[in-house]
Ligand binder design. Structure first.
Ligand code: SF4
Length: 65
């Protein structure tokens, strides 16, 4: 099975300017509080496993699992 992105909620700082969210080409990353930020998470049904988000996170909160 292909790997999908996972964002560790213990590491994600929930910045409204989340680069992971803006980097994802298929819009699989969302934040619980929308424009105000909040812990980011990945919709596994949308994720295509490209891995761009891993490099985009400055806190290294994203892993491919
Ligand atoms: S692996 Fe690619 S498609 Fe999946 S969440 Fe990360 S950037 Fe989006």
């Amino acid at each position: 099975m292909d790997k999908k992105a996972y964002i560790d909620p213990a590491i994600c700082d929930g910045m409204p300017t989340c680069m992971v969210k803006f980097t994802c080409p298929v819009g699989a990353v969302s934040q619980k509080r929308g424009l105000l930020g909040g812990t980011a998470s990945v919709d596994k049904s949308k994720c295509i496993g490209c891995g761009r988000c891993v490099a985009a996170c400055p806190h290294k909160a994203v892993k491919m699992v």
